[in-house]
Design a protein around this ligand. Structure first.
Ligand code: 4AD
Ligand code: MG
Length: 435
Protein backbone atom coordinates (compact mmCIF):
# COMPACT_ATOMS: atom_id res chain seq x y z
CA UNK A 1 0.00 0.00 0.00
CA UNK A 2 1.56 3.31 -1.00
CA UNK A 3 1.58 6.13 1.51
CA UNK A 4 2.50 8.82 -0.95
CA UNK A 5 0.09 11.61 -1.75
CA UNK A 6 -3.00 10.10 -0.11
CA UNK A 7 -5.78 12.65 -0.55
CA UNK A 8 -9.46 12.94 0.26
CA UNK A 9 -12.00 13.51 -2.48
CA UNK A 10 -12.98 16.86 -1.00
CA UNK A 11 -9.39 18.07 -1.55
CA UNK A 12 -8.94 16.91 -5.18
CA UNK A 13 -9.05 20.50 -6.44
CA UNK A 14 -5.63 21.08 -4.85
CA UNK A 15 -4.09 18.22 -6.83
CA UNK A 16 -5.11 18.73 -10.47
CA UNK A 17 -2.56 17.10 -12.78
CA UNK A 18 -0.93 15.17 -9.93
CA UNK A 19 -0.90 11.45 -9.27
CA UNK A 20 -2.74 10.72 -6.04
CA UNK A 21 -4.00 7.80 -3.98
CA UNK A 22 -7.60 7.59 -2.79
CA UNK A 23 -9.10 5.16 -0.31
CA UNK A 24 -12.79 4.53 -0.20
CA UNK A 25 -15.68 2.33 -1.19
CA UNK A 26 -17.25 1.53 -4.54
CA UNK A 27 -20.57 3.35 -4.72
CA UNK A 28 -21.56 2.52 -8.28
CA UNK A 29 -20.06 1.21 -11.50
CA UNK A 30 -20.72 1.42 -15.23
CA UNK A 31 -18.75 0.00 -18.10
CA UNK A 32 -18.60 0.62 -21.82
CA UNK A 33 -16.18 -1.44 -23.92
CA UNK A 34 -12.71 -0.20 -23.14
CA UNK A 35 -13.71 1.82 -20.07
CA UNK A 36 -14.94 1.18 -16.52
CA UNK A 37 -16.35 4.11 -14.61
CA UNK A 38 -15.98 3.49 -10.87
CA UNK A 39 -17.88 5.85 -8.62
CA UNK A 40 -15.86 5.92 -5.41
CA UNK A 41 -16.87 7.55 -2.13
CA UNK A 42 -14.55 8.20 0.79
CA UNK A 43 -16.83 10.05 3.23
CA UNK A 44 -15.65 13.46 2.10
CA UNK A 45 -17.20 13.14 -1.34
CA UNK A 46 -17.76 10.99 -4.41
CA UNK A 47 -15.54 10.88 -7.47
CA UNK A 48 -15.52 8.96 -10.73
CA UNK A 49 -12.39 6.94 -11.40
CA UNK A 50 -12.01 6.10 -15.10
CA UNK A 51 -10.22 2.81 -15.78
CA UNK A 52 -9.07 2.70 -19.41
CA UNK A 53 -8.18 -0.71 -20.82
CA UNK A 54 -4.96 0.63 -22.31
CA UNK A 55 -3.76 2.09 -18.97
CA UNK A 56 -3.92 -1.04 -16.77
CA UNK A 57 -3.02 -4.71 -16.88
CA UNK A 58 -5.52 -7.09 -18.51
CA UNK A 59 -6.06 -8.81 -15.11
CA UNK A 60 -6.91 -5.54 -13.42
CA UNK A 61 -9.24 -4.50 -16.24
CA UNK A 62 -11.10 -7.80 -15.89
CA UNK A 63 -11.20 -7.58 -12.08
CA UNK A 64 -12.61 -4.05 -12.25
CA UNK A 65 -15.52 -5.44 -14.25
CA UNK A 66 -16.49 -7.69 -11.31
CA UNK A 67 -16.20 -5.24 -8.43
CA UNK A 68 -19.20 -5.33 -6.13
CA UNK A 69 -20.91 -2.33 -4.59
CA UNK A 70 -19.22 -1.31 -1.29
CA UNK A 71 -15.92 -3.02 -2.02
CA UNK A 72 -13.30 -1.06 -0.10
CA UNK A 73 -10.44 -0.11 -2.36
CA UNK A 74 -7.45 2.04 -3.06
CA UNK A 75 -7.19 3.85 -6.38
CA UNK A 76 -4.05 5.44 -7.76
CA UNK A 77 -4.54 7.87 -10.61
CA UNK A 78 -4.14 11.35 -12.03
CA UNK A 79 -6.59 14.11 -11.06
CA UNK A 80 -8.36 15.68 -14.07
CA UNK A 81 -10.84 18.49 -14.23
CA UNK A 82 -14.25 17.29 -15.40
CA UNK A 83 -14.74 18.11 -19.07
CA UNK A 84 -18.15 19.70 -18.64
CA UNK A 85 -18.96 20.38 -14.98
CA UNK A 86 -16.89 23.14 -13.35
CA UNK A 87 -15.64 22.33 -9.88
CA UNK A 88 -15.88 18.60 -10.50
CA UNK A 89 -12.92 16.29 -10.86
CA UNK A 90 -12.24 12.77 -11.95
CA UNK A 91 -9.44 10.32 -11.58
CA UNK A 92 -7.67 8.70 -14.49
CA UNK A 93 -6.88 5.40 -12.81
CA UNK A 94 -3.54 3.66 -13.10
CA UNK A 95 -4.00 1.09 -10.37
CA UNK A 96 -6.88 -0.26 -8.27
CA UNK A 97 -6.28 -2.40 -5.18
CA UNK A 98 -9.10 -4.27 -3.55
CA UNK A 99 -8.85 -3.86 0.24
CA UNK A 100 -12.04 -5.64 1.25
CA UNK A 101 -14.38 -7.44 -1.11
CA UNK A 102 -17.91 -7.83 0.31
CA UNK A 103 -18.63 -11.38 1.44
CA UNK A 104 -22.29 -10.94 0.49
CA UNK A 105 -24.25 -8.77 -1.85
CA UNK A 106 -24.79 -5.30 -0.33
CA UNK A 107 -28.44 -5.16 0.75
CA UNK A 108 -29.12 -1.52 -0.16
CA UNK A 109 -29.31 -1.01 -3.91
CA UNK A 110 -30.37 2.12 -5.78
CA UNK A 111 -33.92 0.68 -6.06
CA UNK A 112 -36.62 1.79 -3.65
CA UNK A 113 -36.66 0.10 -0.24
CA UNK A 114 -39.30 0.23 2.49
CA UNK A 115 -38.74 2.37 5.58
CA UNK A 116 -38.54 -0.56 8.01
CA UNK A 117 -35.93 -2.28 5.87
CA UNK A 118 -33.86 0.88 5.68
CA UNK A 119 -34.19 1.51 9.42
CA UNK A 120 -33.12 -2.09 10.17
CA UNK A 121 -30.07 -1.39 8.02
CA UNK A 122 -29.45 2.06 9.39
CA UNK A 123 -25.77 1.19 10.01
CA UNK A 124 -25.37 0.72 6.24
CA UNK A 125 -27.99 3.23 5.08
CA UNK A 126 -25.82 6.03 6.52
CA UNK A 127 -23.48 5.51 3.55
CA UNK A 128 -26.02 6.68 1.00
CA UNK A 129 -26.00 10.17 -0.50
CA UNK A 130 -29.12 11.55 1.14
CA UNK A 131 -28.26 10.29 4.61
CA UNK A 132 -24.74 11.60 4.20
CA UNK A 133 -26.10 15.03 3.29
CA UNK A 134 -28.45 15.08 6.30
CA UNK A 135 -25.70 14.23 8.79
CA UNK A 136 -23.50 16.94 7.27
CA UNK A 137 -26.28 19.51 7.70
CA UNK A 138 -26.79 18.29 11.28
CA UNK A 139 -23.09 18.83 11.95
CA UNK A 140 -23.27 22.36 10.53
CA UNK A 141 -26.31 23.14 12.70
CA UNK A 142 -24.55 21.94 15.85
CA UNK A 143 -21.40 23.88 14.97
CA UNK A 144 -23.48 27.03 14.42
CA UNK A 145 -25.27 26.49 17.75
CA UNK A 146 -21.95 26.33 19.59
CA UNK A 147 -20.47 29.26 17.68
CA UNK A 148 -23.48 31.44 18.45
CA UNK A 149 -23.26 30.86 22.19
CA UNK A 150 -19.48 31.07 22.23
CA UNK A 151 -19.56 34.40 20.36
CA UNK A 152 -22.15 35.75 22.79
CA UNK A 153 -20.15 35.02 25.96
CA UNK A 154 -22.06 31.97 27.15
CA UNK A 155 -20.26 29.32 29.21
CA UNK A 156 -20.89 25.68 28.33
CA UNK A 157 -22.04 23.77 31.42
CA UNK A 158 -22.84 20.09 30.93
CA UNK A 159 -25.95 18.75 32.65
CA UNK A 160 -26.17 15.20 34.05
CA UNK A 161 -28.00 12.38 32.27
CA UNK A 162 -29.11 10.52 35.44
CA UNK A 163 -31.34 12.72 37.57
CA UNK A 164 -33.70 12.43 40.52
CA UNK A 165 -35.93 15.21 39.09
CA UNK A 166 -38.80 15.20 36.61
CA UNK A 167 -38.40 18.51 34.78
CA UNK A 168 -41.11 18.11 32.16
CA UNK A 169 -43.84 16.18 33.97
CA UNK A 170 -43.98 12.57 35.09
CA UNK A 171 -45.87 11.03 32.17
CA UNK A 172 -42.94 10.32 29.86
CA UNK A 173 -40.05 9.48 32.20
CA UNK A 174 -37.59 6.68 31.59
CA UNK A 175 -36.95 5.25 35.03
CA UNK A 176 -33.83 3.27 35.86
CA UNK A 177 -32.33 1.74 38.95
CA UNK A 178 -29.46 3.74 40.38
CA UNK A 179 -27.75 1.47 42.91
CA UNK A 180 -31.06 0.66 44.48
CA UNK A 181 -32.63 4.10 44.17
CA UNK A 182 -34.95 5.17 41.37
CA UNK A 183 -33.42 7.61 38.89
CA UNK A 184 -34.61 9.04 35.59
CA UNK A 185 -32.91 9.69 32.29
CA UNK A 186 -32.98 13.44 31.97
CA UNK A 187 -35.84 15.11 30.06
CA UNK A 188 -34.05 18.46 30.05
CA UNK A 189 -30.96 20.05 31.56
CA UNK A 190 -32.89 23.19 32.45
CA UNK A 191 -32.99 22.89 36.25
CA UNK A 192 -29.22 22.45 36.28
CA UNK A 193 -28.77 25.40 33.93
CA UNK A 194 -30.74 27.55 36.37
CA UNK A 195 -28.18 26.62 39.04
CA UNK A 196 -25.36 27.30 36.58
CA UNK A 197 -26.83 30.70 35.58
CA UNK A 198 -26.41 31.83 39.21
CA UNK A 199 -22.75 30.80 38.98
CA UNK A 200 -21.85 31.96 35.46
CA UNK A 201 -24.58 34.38 34.29
CA UNK A 202 -25.01 33.15 30.72
CA UNK A 203 -24.83 29.39 30.23
CA UNK A 204 -25.91 26.65 27.88
CA UNK A 205 -25.90 22.89 27.84
CA UNK A 206 -26.09 20.62 24.85
CA UNK A 207 -26.68 16.93 25.22
CA UNK A 208 -29.00 13.99 24.80
CA UNK A 209 -32.39 14.12 26.51
CA UNK A 210 -34.99 11.40 26.88
CA UNK A 211 -38.76 11.12 26.72
CA UNK A 212 -40.63 7.86 26.96
CA UNK A 213 -43.07 9.16 24.36
CA UNK A 214 -45.85 6.68 23.75
CA UNK A 215 -46.83 8.63 20.66
CA UNK A 216 -45.73 7.45 17.26
CA UNK A 217 -45.51 10.72 15.36
CA UNK A 218 -43.19 12.13 12.76
CA UNK A 219 -41.64 14.52 15.30
CA UNK A 220 -41.12 12.46 18.46
CA UNK A 221 -37.99 10.58 19.39
CA UNK A 222 -37.31 8.77 22.67
CA UNK A 223 -33.77 10.14 22.67
CA UNK A 224 -33.05 13.55 21.17
CA UNK A 225 -30.44 16.27 21.51
CA UNK A 226 -31.38 19.56 23.05
CA UNK A 227 -29.47 22.81 23.39
CA UNK A 228 -30.58 24.87 26.39
CA UNK A 229 -29.39 28.41 27.13
CA UNK A 230 -30.27 30.01 30.47
CA UNK A 231 -29.52 33.62 31.38
CA UNK A 232 -29.56 35.41 34.74
CA UNK A 233 -31.60 38.64 34.95
CA UNK A 234 -33.29 37.98 31.61
CA UNK A 235 -37.05 38.34 31.15
CA UNK A 236 -39.46 36.77 28.66
CA UNK A 237 -39.12 39.60 26.13
CA UNK A 238 -35.33 39.25 26.07
CA UNK A 239 -35.67 35.48 25.92
CA UNK A 240 -37.72 35.82 22.71
CA UNK A 241 -35.05 38.12 21.25
CA UNK A 242 -32.34 35.62 22.13
CA UNK A 243 -34.30 32.81 20.46
CA UNK A 244 -34.93 34.72 17.23
CA UNK A 245 -31.34 35.95 16.93
CA UNK A 246 -30.06 32.47 17.65
CA UNK A 247 -32.31 30.74 15.11
CA UNK A 248 -31.55 33.33 12.42
CA UNK A 249 -27.83 32.82 12.97
CA UNK A 250 -28.10 29.05 12.73
CA UNK A 251 -30.24 29.00 9.58
CA UNK A 252 -28.17 31.62 7.75
CA UNK A 253 -24.95 29.80 8.64
CA UNK A 254 -26.30 26.54 7.22
CA UNK A 255 -27.30 28.35 4.03
CA UNK A 256 -23.75 29.73 3.78
CA UNK A 257 -21.98 26.43 4.32
CA UNK A 258 -24.25 23.58 3.22
CA UNK A 259 -25.78 24.54 -0.15
CA UNK A 260 -24.52 21.39 -1.93
CA UNK A 261 -26.09 19.15 0.74
CA UNK A 262 -29.39 21.05 0.64
CA UNK A 263 -29.36 20.62 -3.15
CA UNK A 264 -28.90 16.84 -2.79
CA UNK A 265 -31.92 16.89 -0.46
CA UNK A 266 -33.82 18.94 -3.08
CA UNK A 267 -34.63 21.47 -0.36
CA UNK A 268 -36.35 24.60 -1.66
CA UNK A 269 -34.48 27.24 0.38
CA UNK A 270 -36.82 30.18 -0.32
CA UNK A 271 -38.48 30.06 3.11
CA UNK A 272 -35.14 29.51 4.86
CA UNK A 273 -33.75 32.74 3.35
CA UNK A 274 -36.54 34.58 5.23
CA UNK A 275 -35.40 33.38 8.62
CA UNK A 276 -34.19 36.71 9.95
CA UNK A 277 -35.05 38.44 13.22
CA UNK A 278 -37.41 39.85 14.31
CA UNK A 279 -39.98 37.06 14.15
CA UNK A 280 -43.70 37.74 14.38
CA UNK A 281 -45.13 37.28 17.90
CA UNK A 282 -48.62 36.31 18.86
CA UNK A 283 -50.21 35.42 22.17
CA UNK A 284 -51.72 32.01 22.82
CA UNK A 285 -55.15 33.68 22.72
CA UNK A 286 -54.42 35.09 19.25
CA UNK A 287 -53.30 31.64 18.17
CA UNK A 288 -56.66 30.22 19.27
CA UNK A 289 -58.41 32.88 17.16
CA UNK A 290 -56.29 31.96 14.14
CA UNK A 291 -57.35 28.33 14.60
CA UNK A 292 -61.03 29.25 14.93
CA UNK A 293 -60.87 31.29 11.71
CA UNK A 294 -58.96 28.63 9.78
CA UNK A 295 -60.86 25.39 9.87
CA UNK A 296 -60.84 24.70 13.62
CA UNK A 297 -64.05 26.34 14.89
CA UNK A 298 -63.97 23.99 17.90
CA UNK A 299 -60.66 25.45 19.19
CA UNK A 300 -61.01 27.05 22.63
CA UNK A 301 -58.85 28.54 25.34
CA UNK A 302 -57.35 25.71 27.37
CA UNK A 303 -56.55 23.49 24.37
CA UNK A 304 -52.99 22.42 23.79
CA UNK A 305 -51.65 22.42 20.25
CA UNK A 306 -50.73 19.30 18.36
CA UNK A 307 -48.89 19.12 15.05
CA UNK A 308 -52.02 19.93 12.99
CA UNK A 309 -52.83 23.06 14.99
CA UNK A 310 -49.23 24.26 14.87
CA UNK A 311 -49.24 23.87 11.09
CA UNK A 312 -52.40 25.97 10.71
CA UNK A 313 -50.92 28.71 12.91
CA UNK A 314 -47.47 28.75 11.31
CA UNK A 315 -48.91 28.77 7.78
CA UNK A 316 -50.06 32.34 8.45
CA UNK A 317 -46.44 33.51 8.55
CA UNK A 318 -43.45 33.60 6.19
CA UNK A 319 -40.89 32.85 8.91
CA UNK A 320 -40.90 31.25 12.37
CA UNK A 321 -43.59 32.61 14.68
CA UNK A 322 -43.35 32.99 18.46
CA UNK A 323 -46.45 32.07 20.45
CA UNK A 324 -46.31 33.32 24.04
CA UNK A 325 -48.30 33.28 27.29
CA UNK A 326 -50.05 29.88 27.31
CA UNK A 327 -52.42 28.97 30.15
CA UNK A 328 -50.44 27.91 33.24
CA UNK A 329 -52.46 24.66 33.32
CA UNK A 330 -50.83 23.51 30.07
CA UNK A 331 -47.29 24.15 31.24
CA UNK A 332 -44.59 22.68 33.45
CA UNK A 333 -44.34 23.69 37.13
CA UNK A 334 -41.36 26.06 36.83
CA UNK A 335 -42.84 28.91 34.75
CA UNK A 336 -43.35 32.41 36.16
CA UNK A 337 -46.88 33.77 35.98
CA UNK A 338 -47.82 36.85 33.98
CA UNK A 339 -48.36 39.60 36.59
CA UNK A 340 -51.25 41.10 34.60
CA UNK A 341 -53.05 37.74 34.34
CA UNK A 342 -51.77 35.01 36.70
CA UNK A 343 -53.61 32.32 34.74
CA UNK A 344 -50.99 32.78 32.00
CA UNK A 345 -47.40 31.54 31.93
CA UNK A 346 -44.50 33.73 30.88
CA UNK A 347 -43.58 31.11 28.32
CA UNK A 348 -42.98 31.03 24.59
CA UNK A 349 -42.80 28.43 21.84
CA UNK A 350 -41.22 29.03 18.45
CA UNK A 351 -43.11 27.30 15.63
CA UNK A 352 -41.15 26.62 12.46
CA UNK A 353 -42.75 27.46 9.13
CA UNK A 354 -43.93 24.95 6.51
CA UNK A 355 -45.60 22.69 9.07
CA UNK A 356 -42.51 21.65 11.03
CA UNK A 357 -44.11 22.66 14.33
CA UNK A 358 -42.59 23.57 17.68
CA UNK A 359 -38.80 23.64 17.62
CA UNK A 360 -38.18 25.84 20.68
CA UNK A 361 -39.90 25.89 24.06
CA UNK A 362 -38.92 28.11 26.97
CA UNK A 363 -39.67 31.20 29.01
CA UNK A 364 -39.17 33.02 32.27
CA UNK A 365 -38.86 30.96 35.46
CA UNK A 366 -40.71 31.37 38.75
CA UNK A 367 -38.20 33.08 41.04
CA UNK A 368 -40.34 33.40 44.18
CA UNK A 369 -39.70 30.66 46.75
CA UNK A 370 -43.23 30.36 48.14
CA UNK A 371 -44.88 30.37 44.71
CA UNK A 372 -42.42 27.76 43.41
CA UNK A 373 -43.06 25.52 46.44
CA UNK A 374 -46.78 25.86 45.72
CA UNK A 375 -46.26 24.90 42.08
CA UNK A 376 -44.24 21.80 43.00
CA UNK A 377 -47.05 20.68 45.34
CA UNK A 378 -49.72 21.55 42.80
CA UNK A 379 -48.00 19.33 40.21
CA UNK A 380 -47.69 16.56 42.84
CA UNK A 381 -43.92 16.43 42.47
CA UNK A 382 -41.86 15.05 45.39
CA UNK A 383 -40.60 18.04 47.38
CA UNK A 384 -37.39 16.31 48.64
CA UNK A 385 -36.08 15.82 45.10
CA UNK A 386 -36.45 19.54 44.47
CA UNK A 387 -34.89 20.93 47.66
CA UNK A 388 -31.62 21.71 45.88
CA UNK A 389 -33.57 23.54 43.17
CA UNK A 390 -35.46 25.56 45.80
CA UNK A 391 -32.09 26.62 47.24
CA UNK A 392 -31.65 28.73 44.09
CA UNK A 393 -34.60 30.82 45.34
CA UNK A 394 -33.34 30.80 48.93
CA UNK A 395 -29.87 32.17 48.22
CA UNK A 396 -30.09 35.33 46.15
CA UNK A 397 -33.08 34.60 43.94
CA UNK A 398 -33.02 36.33 40.57
CA UNK A 399 -35.25 36.69 37.53
CA UNK A 400 -34.03 34.39 34.75
CA UNK A 401 -35.16 32.79 31.54
CA UNK A 402 -34.04 30.36 28.88
CA UNK A 403 -35.25 27.88 26.31
CA UNK A 404 -34.61 24.50 24.71
CA UNK A 405 -34.14 23.87 21.00
CA UNK A 406 -34.61 20.32 19.75
CA UNK A 407 -31.81 19.56 17.29
CA UNK A 408 -33.66 16.83 15.39
CA UNK A 409 -36.75 18.90 14.71
CA UNK A 410 -34.47 21.69 13.55
CA UNK A 411 -32.61 19.32 11.20
CA UNK A 412 -35.94 18.03 9.94
CA UNK A 413 -37.10 21.57 9.16
CA UNK A 414 -33.88 22.86 7.61
CA UNK A 415 -33.44 19.73 5.47
CA UNK A 416 -37.15 19.59 4.60
CA UNK A 417 -37.61 16.01 5.88
CA UNK A 418 -41.06 14.63 6.60
CA UNK A 419 -39.94 12.56 9.63
CA UNK A 420 -37.37 13.00 12.43
CA UNK A 421 -36.14 9.41 12.10
CA UNK A 422 -33.60 10.43 9.44
CA UNK A 423 -32.25 13.44 11.39
CA UNK A 424 -30.15 11.52 13.92
CA UNK A 425 -27.60 8.85 13.03
CA UNK A 426 -29.20 6.10 15.14
CA UNK A 427 -32.78 7.02 16.10
CA UNK A 428 -34.50 5.73 19.22
CA UNK A 429 -38.25 5.57 18.84
CA UNK A 430 -41.25 3.82 20.37
CA UNK A 431 -40.57 0.57 18.51
CA UNK A 432 -36.93 0.94 17.71
CA UNK A 433 -33.84 0.36 19.81
CA UNK A 434 -31.65 -1.21 17.08
CA UNK A 435 -29.23 -0.99 15.41
O1 4AD B 1 -40.75 22.13 25.05
P1 4AD B 1 -39.81 21.24 25.78
O2 4AD B 1 -40.36 20.04 26.44
O3 4AD B 1 -39.03 22.17 26.79
C1 4AD B 1 -38.13 21.79 27.75
O4 4AD B 1 -37.71 20.67 27.90
C2 4AD B 1 -37.58 22.93 28.53
N1 4AD B 1 -37.15 22.42 29.84
C3 4AD B 1 -36.46 23.58 27.78
C4 4AD B 1 -35.88 24.80 28.47
O5 4AD B 1 -36.58 25.77 28.67
N2 4AD B 1 -34.63 24.77 28.84
O6 4AD B 1 -38.68 20.75 24.75
C5 4AD B 1 -37.90 21.68 24.05
C6 4AD B 1 -37.74 21.27 22.61
C7 4AD B 1 -39.05 21.22 21.82
O7 4AD B 1 -39.40 22.49 21.35
C8 4AD B 1 -38.67 20.29 20.68
O8 4AD B 1 -37.91 20.95 19.69
C9 4AD B 1 -37.76 19.31 21.37
O9 4AD B 1 -37.24 19.94 22.52
N3 4AD B 1 -38.46 18.08 21.76
C10 4AD B 1 -38.39 16.91 21.09
N4 4AD B 1 -37.73 16.56 19.98
C11 4AD B 1 -37.84 15.29 19.55
N5 4AD B 1 -38.54 14.34 20.19
C12 4AD B 1 -39.22 14.63 21.32
N6 4AD B 1 -39.89 13.67 21.95
C13 4AD B 1 -39.16 15.96 21.82
N7 4AD B 1 -39.68 16.60 22.90
C14 4AD B 1 -39.25 17.88 22.84
MG1 MG C 1 -42.69 22.28 24.46
Amino acid sequence: MTDTNIVSIARLADHVGQEVTLRGWLYNKRSSGKLHFLEVRDGSGVVQAVVFKGDVSPELFLAADHLQQETSLEVVGTVKEHGKIKGQYELQAKDVKILGAPSREYPISPKEHGTDFLMDNRHLWLRSKRQHAIVRVRHAIIKAVRDFFDQNDFTLVDAPIFTPNACEGTSNLFQTDYHGDPAYLTQSGQLYMEAAAAAFGKVYCFGPTFRAEKSKTRRHLAEFWMVEPEVAFMNLEEDMQLAENFLSFVVQRVLETRRPELAILERDTKMLENVKAPFPRITYHQAIEILQQNGHPEAKVGDDFGGDEETVISNKFDRPVIVHRYPMDLKAFYFAKDASDPSLALNMDVLAPEGYGEIVGGGQREDDLARLEGAIDHHKLPREAFEWYLDLRRYGTFPHAGFGLGIERTVSWICGLPHVRETIPFPRMLNRLAP
